[in-house]
Write a protein of this length. Sequence first.
Length: 95
Amino acid sequence: MVDKKVFIKGMEMLSIVYPKFELNDLRMEVFYKVLAEYDDESYKYAINAVLKENTFAPTPADIAKKIESLKPSENDEAREFESRLFSVSTDTLIN
């Protein structure tokens, strides 16, 4: 099950990249209900893939499809990038 802190971080990243992707309680709840069953690494991989590939904000189904169709890379550099991407503090980016 995806950790709620990891889930929220992914949602924050989506809201930064896609300006019309506004975070609110209902959106968070719907996305979490669809994606909660996945593990942290699969979720992070899917968010990273969506950020690289999607022109428009994803639906929960888009992220779930990424998880189902993609396996986390065995490449150490890709894993390191995913880790760094999720370690970025959204609080300090604007300052």
